[in-house]
Write a protein that binds this ligand. Structure first.
Ligand code: CS2
Ligand code: MG
Length: 402
């Protein structure tokens, strides 16, 4: 079998997605997600101009060899653009391998380790009262884990808090919008929100919170301490993770578990965090961390160090990424949680998929391969539209990590 075509499809059914479709001479096809939020066309060009020509004529069965060829052969290693492009190729090749074998990809990864993939949804509101209503909505839908984000009094708009419920889109403008941040206002407000949520929903509902990298290590340590009575499952992205040893300071002060990794693209972004057991959950995902092949390597390293998975699953991770993530989630020994932000009906129309939600779990498709495809005719009806994540500033105007 040989690869005869590798098409890059850019579509915007409510938000932008970049998808690679690999076609073989025997008619078997595979898909891979290549979406990099706000930088979509850079990956599309990388794939179209620099990767697709190298794939033609290759044997699609050689997944590991193709990964190494693209990673080592480029000379320029790592980085989100490169690793998203490699991820798309890798994911599409696993899809093809599954179809050729007549098995869902998870069977090729060692088979099931669990009955379903526990997911968490986003309950967010401007006020605590709104948050409580949103948490109840997820509990009613059967969710066992809920991420809680609340507006901060005195700040006009908080990232991760939106008017739309069940679905929302953080990339909200054709040029970046701006949000304002105040650490003192935030730190004084958040513990009270979790006190109310615990009070209302009891001790067993798993609660999570995303800090979006906005604190320094000592501020994060204080937040972690102040949240200890409410027994969070995790505090996410407490600080930017460029300085991995920064997490030591947080760790020395709090037992609130830490999750990080949605912007990671290589095992080397996480190696120190994992080896020193500075985190509890690694949130890298298929599309941004080099595909199934490389993410499995990260999860294996994590398994040796008591770190569990908690893959990113916001709306910018397409149904193709979600389908691939579920194949890994169901098979690895150290699965923790999977984020699940629902897609719009238009997105679901463009990406027909066989995975489904039931009673707090996602279940991967049982069909051969990943169990997802792209409807190219539907995709063509939604042309690319520039959209960026907001930029965050302190009250004095200083640009601040979002
Ligand atoms: C968030 C996302 O889902 C999350 O955990 O951090 O909203 C994230 O900011 C976006 O997916 C970035 O593309
Ligand atoms: Mg996050």
């Amino acid at each position: 079998m040989k690869i005869v075509d590798a098409r890059v499809i850019v579509t915007c059914p409510g938000r932008n997605f970049v998808t690679l479709k690999i076609v073989t001479d025997e008619g078997v096809t595979g898909v891979g997600d290549a979406t990099l939020n706000g930088r979509e066309l850079a990956v599309a060009s990388y794939l179209r101009d620099h990767v697709a020509p190298l794939l033609i004529g290759r044997d699609p069965a050689r997944i590991e060899d193709t990964w190494q060829y693209l990673y080592q052969g480029a000379y320029w290693r790592r980085g989100p653009v490169t690793m998203s492009a490699i991820a798309a190729v890798d994911t599409a090749l696993w899809d093809i391998k599954g179809k050729v074998a007549g098995l869902p990809v998870y069977q090729l990864l060692g088979g099931r380790s669990r009955e379903g993939v526990t997911v968490y949804g986003h309950a967010n509101g401007e006020t605590v009262e709104e948050v409580l209503v949103e948490v109840a909505r997820y509990v009613d839908l059967g969710y066992r884990a809920v991420r809680v984000q609340c507006g901060v009094p005195g700040l006009p708009k908080t990232y991760g808090v939106s008017a739309d419920k069940l679905f929302y889109e953080p990339a909200d403008a054709a040029l970046p919008s701006e949000a304002t941040w105040s650490t003192p206002r935030y730190l004084s407000h958040v513990p009270g929100v979790f006190a109310r949520v615990r009070d209302e929903f009891g001790p067993t509902l798993r609660l999570l919170h995303d800090v979006h990298h906005r604190l320094t290590p000592i501020e994060a340590a204080r937040l972690g301490q102040s949240l200890e009575p409410y027994a969070l499952t995790w505090m996410e992205d407490p600080v930017p993770a460029d300085l991995q040893e920064g997490f030591r300071l947080i760790r020395q002060h709090t037992t609130t578990p830490i999750a990080v990794g949605e912007v990671f693209n290589s095992v080397f972004d996480a190696a120190q965090l994992i080896r020193e057991q500075l985190i509890d959950y690694i949130r890298a995902t298929v599309v941004h961390a080099g595909g199934i092949t490389h993410l499995r390597r990260i999860f294996d390293l994590a398994a040796l160090h008591h770190v569990r998975s908690g893959s990113h699953g916001a709306t910018d991770l397409s149904p193709v990424c979600m389908a691939a993530a579920l194949q890994l989630d169901i098979s690895i020994p150290n699965f923790g949680l999977q984020e699940y932000m629902r897609h719009t009906a238009q997105t679901d129309e463009v990406f027909p998929h066989g995975y489904h939600y039931a009673d707090g779990y996602l279940h991967p498709a049982e069909t051969p391969g990943l169990g997802v495809d792209i409807d190219e005719e539907a995709a063509a009806r939604y042309p690319y539209a520039p959209a960026y994540l907001p930029v965050n500033r302190l009250e004095d105007g200083t640009v601040h990590p979002w």
